[in-house]
Design a protein around this ligand. Structure first.
Ligand code: FMN
Length: 381
């Protein structure tokens, strides 16, 4: 399979599957428990239909948006995801460059394999730094100071991961960082020699956001122990309010799902919230970002930028979310499979296809700018 054969999310997923060792593919593709929420994320977009208008003079399409003070050429951005070096040796560098190429935002994860400073230099577009709340308050402060120094535009605190989700596919394959695989998992690595060669002949795997705090090489602290031992499940709104004050700029919470929490995010001075269930990887059976969107936009949409992610595979999914009032839409696996399939070229192709879909779909809807997308364009079935 070649990159030019990839025309949709499903094609990229197939190509990634053929290239990656099984445990790594399952780490990306998998979710928590029975993966009900993961499946529901994409199907939730089918709960409504688009109602097009015709003869509206839609020669020129402007799909730019402004979210948390950042002007994006596209209404989608690359949501922060962990461990990208494992998927392709170009890792975050590829995603940062591709996002920059399309004039959109890129989120670097605390568990990223390239430093936030280097990603910042590559991307050119606005950059998000995604972080977790650690028990060690000094570490939290240090991370924010480092992000400020690097010129990060948006701080994004992930609040849905105070403990790790139950990813059963990873348990079966033995996937963990540092690598410790079951025998079956090792066999699956052995049958993907091209990936192994690529992995071994490029720079060593590292986690530069955490290297001073987590010993990956010696295996002193695995990723799952990072979640259980270093993150603070007792964090409260007061703790986060103090961080928002200290940052003093664009600050957003990722993983807010209730109207009540959305209101509290406004109260503590956040400038954005991402309605997200972490791609179904945390609390299985939880609701979807798209499902909660209308209610939350109605409650706080005039006071804070409401964003959503989860299950986005098509331009029409993006149009539906924007019609309900989302200011922008996050992509996860949509760019990760292309990264795994073909590095920067893959991510660029995927974002290019998404851009073309959004443009075509807006034209077919009779909308020449994002502001034309309103609830009158939707019918719930
Ligand atoms: C492999 C993988 C790793 C992820 N790592 C992180 C992370 O480090 N921090 C974070 O806040 N979200 C992380 N996420 C969640 C994404 O940012 C995003 O919320 C989710 O992928 C959206 O769902 P989608 O993949 O269906 O688009 C990860 C998701 C995947 C698939």
């Amino acid at each position: 399979m070649r990159l030019t054969d990839c025309h949709s999310f499903h094609d990229f997923r197939r190509m990634a599957k053929s290239r990656l060792p099984g445990p790594i593919f399952d780490y990306i593709d998998g979710a928590a428990d029975d993966e009900v929420t993961y499946r529901r994320n994409t199907s939730s977009f089918d709960s409504c239909s688009l109602v097009p208008n015709v003869l509206r003079g839609v020669r020129d399409i402007d799909m730019s948006v402004t979210v948390m003070g950042q002007k994006l050429a596209l209404p989608v951005y690359c949501s922060p995801t962990a461990l990208q070096r494992l998927f392709h040796h170009q890792g975050e560098r590829a995603v940062a460059a591709a996002a920059g190429h399309y004039g959109t935002m890129f989120g670097v994860s605390s568990l990223g394999t390239v430093s936030l400073e280097e990603a910042r230099r590559i991307s050119g577009g606005p950059q998000v730094y995604q972080f977790y709340f650690h028990k060690d308050r000094g570490l939290n402060r240090e991370m924010m100071a480092r992000a400020k120094q690097a010129g990060i535009e948006v701080m994004m605190l992930t609040v849905d991961s105070i403990t790790g989700g139950n990813r059963e596919r990873d348990k079966r394959t033995g996937f963990s960082i540092p690598f410790r695989l079951t025998l079956g998992g090792m066999v699956q690595f052995a049958v993907k020699p091209a990936w192994a060669l690529n992995y071994l002949t490029h720079e060593k795997f590292k986690l530069p956001q955490l290297d001073n705090h987590v010993d990956m090489g010696g295996g002193a602290l695995s990723i799952s122990r990072y979640f259980t031992e270093m993150l603070d499940p007792s964090m409260t709104w007061d703790d986060v309010a103090a961080m928002v004050q200290e940052w003093g700029g664009q600050f957003c919470l990722k993983g807010v799902m209730s109207v009540e929490d959305a209101k509290r995010a406004v109260e503590i001075g956040c400038t954005g919230i991402v309605l997200s269930n972490h791609g179904g990887r945390q609390l299985d059976g939880s609701t979807t970002g798209f499902g909660m969107l209308a209610e939350i936009v109605d409650a706080v949409g005039d006071k804070i930028d409401v964003i959503m992610d989860g299950g986005v595979q098509r331009g029409t999914h993006v149009l539906k979310a924007l019609s309900l009032g989302a200011k922008a839409v996050g992509l996860g696996r949509f760019y990760l499979f292309p990264l795994a399939a073909a590095g920067q070229k893959g991510v660029e192709r995927a974002l290019g296809l998404m851009k073309a879909e959004i443009e075509r779909d807006m034209r077919l809807m009779g909308c020449s700018s994002i502001a034309d997308l309103t609830r009158s364009n939707l019918r719930f079935t």
